[in-house]
Design a protein around this ligand. Structure first.
Ligand SMILES: *Cc1c(COP(=O)(O)O)cnc(C)c1O
Length: 462
């Protein structure tokens, strides 16, 4: 190539955005073409067919000479081979359809490319992040929040802050309903073996927790500080642990409390549902994921902290990023707000979304997906060939073909995946295998739910 390719942003006004505009038109066309080729929520044919089609479109990965059509080719192939969270029959996971306005904001984040590890790389982005994280923390009743890649990182940081404030013998106590990243973070941080509490009803039982905390802190117990992890919106069933009771027990036993509200945290935006998070403010830390009930493109995680002095544990010096004399002279020190160094301004899309939709706009989205889950549960209940696990607590519905053995339930899910007709998850809340629909798409209509159940019924092996 004789001249360098255009940059996304250029001090020469004729070179930046004007070069980007035709490329964006190509991307939008390719998204439309690829999606049309796919037809359903998932590409048909299963992993081998999708891999073969993707490899065929990819061709030579690093050709000797560049291919000006690579953008169109690869975006088309990716769209054709994607699981589309905006398709109403794509309901397996906490994998939501991002808002158009948030994606547009994310484009600006890519173009401007601020990096939130030092002020001189992100002057306005760091000011935006400081203001918006604090405002979101206040929604939970907390003082401050860090931006993370999601609740896996938030849970890890929460246990790190527990260790740094209480000592390296801090032990995690969690329900078996907790996210897998919590015991994994304890392992990563070298904490003592976690204590899992069985959750046969799907939520932490306060009496069992009380008993365990008494045993762990009492004579004959291992002693040492404790951190309890509760969940507001379990991944499998969307259930909310009894937060006020758990907060009371933690206070009484001197245990630290982390609440993983990765899923349920979105209820904060809904006046109708918000009271179900009562007790959140009594945690020391909470995890929130706005790429779930917040309709953000991945990633949009937050860790909120009640006491901002906990964050001093993350303070760190690197002379080229936050030299003492720079900090003394008033340049903000950003390095202590993450364990990452180079860091995208995920706060921009979040800020744009909060301001564009407002409280009532977000509440409508939250209330709509919760209502769709109740609609689906009612359709299952009325269906003679399907069983409902329990009324939905959030926007997750567990159901199964009545009388089907577990292998038949597993098979119907895989058949629908392989044929590209519907994307359902799976869960074992009671030892039996259930199909899981996680409704995060506010544009899903009741007719789509009927179609989903018809597909399940029609594809169950008998
Ligand atoms: C999704 C989820 C996580 C993991 O969050 P990531 O954003 O995937 O890292 C943790 N806890 C709960 C309860 C979740 O639903």
């Amino acid at each position: 190539m004789s001249t360098p390719p255009p940059l996304a942003s250029d001090p020469d006004a004729s070179a930046g955005p004007p070069a980007l505009r035709p490329l964006l038109a190509t991307v939008l066309d390719a998204l439309r073409t690829g999606t049309r080729h796919r037809r359903g929520p998932l590409p048909a044919g299963g992993p081998d067919a999708v891999t073969a089609r993707t490899r065929a479109a990819l061709g030579e990965i690093l050709p000797d000479h560049g291919d000006p059509d690579a953008l169109r080719t690869l975006v088309t192939a990716l769209a054709a081979g994607s699981a589309d969270p905006a398709h109403p029959l794509c309901t397996a996971h906490l994998h939501g359809p991002p808002l158009a306005v948030a994606c547009a904001a994310d484009l600006a984040a890519s173009v401007l490319n601020p990096s939130l590890d030092s002020w001189d790389q992100a002057p306005a982005a760091s000011a935006l992040e400081a203001a918006v994280t604090r405002a979101l923390a206040h929604e939970t009743g907390h003082a401050d929040a860090l931006v993370t890649t999601g609740a896996t990182e938030s849970n890890h940081l929460a246990l790190l802050l527990a260790r740094e404030t209480q000592g390296p013998d801090t032990r995690l106590v969690h329900g078996t309903n907790a996210h897998h990243s919590l015991p994994r973070a304890a392992w990563l941080l070298g904490l003592p073996d976690p204590v899992p509490l069985p959750t046969p009803t799907g939520t932490l039982d306060p009496a069992a927790l009380d008993h365990t905390l008494t045993r762990l802190t009492g004579p004959g117990g291992p002693g040492g500080p404790l951190v309890v992890a509760a969940t507001a919106g379990t991944t499998d069933a969307g259930l909310i642990d009894p937060l006020p009771e758990i907060a009371g027990l933690c206070a009484r036993h001197g245990a630290r409390l982390h609440i993983d509200a990765a899923y349920g945290g979105g209820l904060l935006f809904s006046p109708r549902h918000r009271a179900r998070l009562t007790g959140l403010d009594r945690a020391h830390t909470t995890a929130l994921d706005l790429h779930k009930l917040g309709w953000q493109p991945i990633a949009a995680g937050l860790l909120t902290v009640r006491d901002p002095t906990d964050l001093t544990a993350l303070r760190h010096r690197a002379d080229y990023l936050n030299a003492d004399d720079d900090t003394d002279a008033g340049l903000p020190d950003l390095l202590g707000r993450s364990l990452r160094t180079t860091r995208r301004p995920d706060i921009l899309k979040i800020a744009v979304t909060l301001k564009t939709l407002g409280r009532d706009g977000l509440a409508t989205l939250v209330d709509t997906v919760c209502a769709r889950a109740r609609d689906l549960a009612r359709l299952v209940e009325e269906h003679p060939a399907l069983d409902l696990w329990a009324p939905p607590a959030l926007s997750t519905v567990l159901f199964r073909p009545a009388g089907a053995p577990d292998p038949a339930v597993a098979a119907v899910r895989r058949t629908l995946l392989t044929e590209g007709r519907a994307v359902l998850g799976r869960a074992r809340p009671d030892g039996r295998l259930w199909l899981k629909a996680t409704l995060l798409n506010p544009r899903t209509r009741p007719a789509d739910l009927t179609a989903l159940l018809t597909l399940v019924e029609g594809h169950t092996p008998r």
